[in-house]
Design a protein around this ligand. Structure first.
Ligand SMILES: Cc1cc2nc3c(=O)[nH]c(=O)nc-3n(C[C@H](O)[C@H](O)[C@H](O)COP(=O)(O)O)c2cc1C
Length: 221
């Protein structure tokens, strides 16, 4: 079992979000998962230019690290999104990465996995950013088992005070991967999204034949 945390603070190892996400990973590791943390800042991630090339052939016009990151997400059983709150949203680094996941969303490349979300903030917006990141997981076809946000008030010790809760979240994620986890509301949303993306997959079946066949095989078409 492999769980991958994708972390979007530019403060890398000094980041409080990273410390919190690491507690989640440690909880998952205690439950038997292999874990890995990706600092988005270490990678070349170019903003989406909305050229639509990926929809047709799955290949982005930008030559950067995103395809390799998507491959690592595909190899994982569980995905954790972790971001600080920047002006009531995820960090710019995380948002640019999310925009580049459009193809993974349209073709549901990560469907069937489980995930959760992590956020830290000075004062406000933590729960909203957790909810937003979980929403992105759902767009990807990933069911979230929950999330954790901490408002530090500038005191990094506030993260340690929530260590047990973060570890429990990691354990819950590992449990979902091992034994399954159901959430009717999320599953309905994911099914509805898939219905919506189906038209695109059918329309492009001559360009993305392998993806079309995968959708047919999974009974989505
Ligand atoms: C550009 C920027 C925008 C921020 N916006 C908010 C905000 O809207 N609300 C808030 O309470 N804190 C805000 N903060 C504070 C961070 O969310 C907070 O310090 C967070 O814990 C930093 O996480 P990190 O250590 O993982 O980078 C902002 C910080 C930066 C640098």
């Amino acid at each position: 079992m492999k769980i991958l945390a994708i972390h979007g603070s530019p403060r890398t190892i000094q980041s409080t979000t990273r410390i919190l996400a690491n507690y989640v990973l440690e909880g998952a590791a205690e439950a038997g998962a292999g874990t890995e943390m990706i600092d988005l800042c270490d990678f070349r991630i170019t903003p989406c230019t909305a050229c639509d090339a990926c929809t047709l052939n799955g290949i982005c016009v930008n030559d950067d690290d995103v395809p390799a990151l998507v491959e690592r997400m595909k190899e994982a059983d569980g995905i954790i999104f972790a971001s600080p709150v920047y002006i009531d949203n995820v960090s710019g680094q995380m948002k640019i990465f999310f925009d580049r996941l459009a193809d993974a969303i349209h073709y549901q490349l990560l469907a069937g996995k489980y995930g959760c979300s992590v956020a830290t903030t000075h004062t406000s917006g933590g729960d909203e950013v957790v909810a937003y990141q979980n929403h992105v997981l759902n767009y990807l076809g990933v069911v979230s088992v929950g999330g954790i946000s901490v408002a530090t008030g500038g005191d990094s010790m506030a993260i340690d005070a929530r260590e047990a809760e973060a570890r429990a979240l990691g354990k819950k994620l590992a449990g979902a991967i091992a034994d399954g986890f159901s959430d009717k509301k999320q599953e309905e949303e994911i099914t509805g999204n898939r219905e919506f993306f189906k038209d695109l997959v059918v329309e492009n079946k001559d360009f993305r034949t392998d993806e079309y066949k995968r959708w047919v095989k999974r009974g989505w078409i």
